[in-house]
Design a protein around this ligand. Structure first.
Ligand code: NAI
Length: 272
């Protein structure tokens, strides 16, 4: 532990259970000396084990539906009261597609579901940043991170409408990141993470094949939830002060691969 986040205060969205990337991140941020408020959708709290995480990290929990500006306003005001000042770091670790969940094909979408998924997975990031910005809730040199996936750039058929949601999310990071940087000296980035076995991840059709393929394609293998937590800690720390408007791959090298020997060998009838 390096005390990288000593004295820093933040908000962490999206810790549902101990597999969640946000859960691992909360644990690592705590180890590095950061203090934070945990938040999730009210419905997720009833299902989740967030109390256990709160106890472990000495944090308070404030429920908020990330699609509700009213909830976000309440969350941000209460967090500043609890933490005793402005915010240094925010993690947006939220994603959901009803089309994916209900097995509705990309070419046969239910647009009410599509819209709901876009609101939860992408527009919520704009709503969050706009609320932080209007309330002037971020300290200078603060850092905001959202999690994304490479289906925003390349085709992964079963990722369905989440691919479009992630493209939108990454665009919001750049567009809002400009104004947040210019006006408040706050940086905004997305981390594009390897497939990871979590509730959201495992919901994607054929996830087991998907994760095994990515692992075989990547020279360093898939990045784990813990790897993602560590990367996020670095982005919250003062060591990355002028990294902003970036989509940063945490994927063991997958995004720059064409093909690997391990994958080729499955087509050549040879063992690795
Ligand atoms: P997870 O299922 O543990 O976390 C998703 C979270 O979103 C849950 O805590 C859920 O309660 C929350 N959420 C859903 N609707 C919400 C709402 N209306 N308001 C507030 N919170 C809401 O899964 P995971 O994998 O940890 O997901 C975190 C992020 O990482 C997501 O953005 C996901 O798309 C992204 N990601 C995941 C990958 C994977 O393979 N698991 C790969 C790349 C990115």
């Amino acid at each position: 532990m390096y005390n990288l986040l000593k004295g820093k205060k933040g908000i962490i969205f999206g810790a549902l259970d101990s597999n969640s990337i946000a859960w691992k991140t909360a644990e690592r941020v705590h180890e590095e000396g950061g203090e934070f408020v945990l938040t999730n959708a009210p419905v997720a709290m009833r299902m989740g084990q967030i109390n256990e995480l709160a106890e472990k990290t000495g944090s308070q929990i404030i429920p908020a539906d990330a699609t509700s500006v009213e909830d976000l306003e309440n969350l941000i005001e209460k967090s500043m009261e609890i933490l005793g000042g402005k915010i240094d770091f925010v993690l947006h670790s939220i994603g959901m597609s009803i089309n994916v969940r209900k097995g509705k094909h990309y070419t046969d979408q239910n647009y009410d579901w599509t819209q709901k998924g876009t609101d939860v997975s992408a527009m919520s990031f704009h709503k969050l940043m706009q609320t932080l910005y209007k309330k002037d809730a971020m300290n200078e040199w603060g850092s905001i991170v959202a999690l994304t996936y490479m289906a925003a750039q390349r085709v992964f058929p079963d990722y369905n409408d989440m691919a479009d949601n992630k493209a939108y999310l990454e665009s919001i990071a750049r567009s809002f990141g400009y104004f947040f940087g210019r006006d408040k000296k706050v940086r905004v980035n997305t981390i594009s993470q390897s497939p990871t076995p979590t509730t959201a991840g495992s919901g994607v059709k054929g996830f087991d094949g998907f994760i095994a393929y990515a692992d075989k394609m990547s020279p360093l293998g898939n990045a784990t939830a813990m790897d993602c937590a560590n990367y996020t800690v670095s982005l919250f720390s003062d060591l990355t002060k002028r990294v902003t408007l970036q989509n940063l791959y945490n994927d063991g090298g997958f995004s720059n691969m064409g093909v690997s020997d391990a994958v080729m060998s499955t087509f050549m009838g040879e063992e690795e």
